[in-house]
Design a protein around this ligand. Structure first.
Ligand code: NAP
Length: 328
């Protein structure tokens, strides 16, 4: 933990991710949660870098329209590049409808699954607690639903599209005790949706841990080396955004002390992950470089958790959309 904190501190104070310059000409990119924060700034970069189509996915049509106009004004990309599509990651039907629309696209060169939520309130959305539904279940539901289009793009245009999950270094600071609290044979998602067992002060960290575990297991078992799509997951660093909207003054103090990155600077890490090739497949990226994830993730216990969490999640996804596992 001390080692992690020192490297976190060093990264916050002394590392600035490079300004993206690679062309996105002719490409189509989707960014979820792109009406504010890191998603909005990443979408702005893609538009500036010449993408043919930038789809900003948002649960709020008005905020999405404002974001679209802001990108168009600042990048002068024209009015037919940025499209605002509705997506609510608290609703399976909304995710399915969004994915269906994605299937109508000519190509998808990258999808940056950035939307995420952090809250101390225990609330249910669909079958699970809201953070778990948003950051994990619906994030991977969408990932699996768009995979066929990413693979089709790879084949048709002889490219290597990217599926990017915006995770976080906070996966280093949880031991994921809900894993041990789950009786053998029961789903860890059942434990996580029990309000009596909920530890909401650690829930966001656990959700980011689950993202890391699931990505690693998917790549280990379903999308091994040679898979036509790059799947990676990243840490943007501690950044200014609306993520800590519930925290008020303590959040602002923490951002000051930890030299929080501007939203634009943090968003560079999203663009970088979406631009990386096979060297980043199945890898955790921090400061735009492949880095080892938390020690727990790399331990034998982490491997066991990874297998178990994916088993529980894949069964859930197959119930939500029967046959979805054939999409790999
Ligand atoms: N900021 C940081 O320091 C930091 C550090 C590490 C990782 N991250 C990760 O970076 C990603 C982006 O966060 P951010 O910092 O940019 O936070 P943010 O400013 O709060 O943006 C989060 C975005 O996700 C959207 N979202 C939340 N719940 C949603 C739902 N149910 N359906 C659709 N969209 C939903 C939000 O929409 P609304 O505006 O409608 O709420 C917003 O567009 C998250 O995955 C976060 O975990 C951030």
């Amino acid at each position: 933990m001390t080692h992690w904190f020192l490297s976190f501190f060093y990264s916050q104070w002394f590392i600035t991710p490079p300004y993206p310059t690679e062309s996105w000409a002719g490409k189509t990119v989707i960014v979820t949660g792109a009406n504010v924060g890191l998603g909005l700034e990443a979408a702005r970069h893609f538009a500036r870098l010449g993408a043919a189509k930038v789809i900003i996915a948002s649960r709020n049509a008005q905020k999405a329209e404002t974001a679209k106009k802001s990108i168009e004004q600042t990048t002068k990309c024209g009015s037919d590049i940025v499209e605002a599509w509705p997506l609510d990651l608290c609703s399976y039907e909304s995710v399915k409808a969004f994915a269906e629309r994605c299937n109508g696209l000519q190509r998808i060169d990258a999808i940056v699954e950035n939307a995420g939520v952090s809250t101390r309130q225990f609330r249910m959305a669909e079958e699970d607690e809201t953070i778990i539904t948003t950051n994990v279940v619906c994030t991977f539901l969408l990932a699996l639903l768009v995979l066929p289009k990413l693979k089709e793009t790879a084949k048709r245009f002889n490219t290597r599209p990217n599926l990017v999950i915006v995770s976080s270094e906070v996966h280093f600071i949880t031991n994921f005790p809900e894993y041990g609290m789950t009786p053998p044979g029961e789903s860890v998602f059942k434990t996580l949706s029990d309000p009596k067992k909920a530890r909401m002060n650690d829930r966001y960290n656990v959700s980011k841990m689950l993202e890391v575990l699931v990505c690693r297991e998917i790549v280990a078992t379903r999308a091994p080396k040679g898979y036509p799509v790059t799947i990676n997951f990243l840490n943007p660093g501690f950044c200014h955004s609306e993520l800590m909207r519930e925290m008020g003054l303590p959040g602002r103090v923490l951002k000051f002390l930890m030299h929080a990155r501007s939203t634009e600077v943090g968003s560079r890490t999203l663009v970088s992950a979406a631009s990386m090739g096979h060297e980043s497949h199945g890898e955790y990226l921090s400061d735009c470089e492949v880095c080892p994830p938390a020690k727990l993730v790399r331990s034998p216990l982490g491997k066991e958790m990874q297998v178990c969490v994916w088993k529980d999640l894949s069964e859930k996804l197959d119930r939500i959309q029967p046959g979805i596992l054939d999409n790999f």
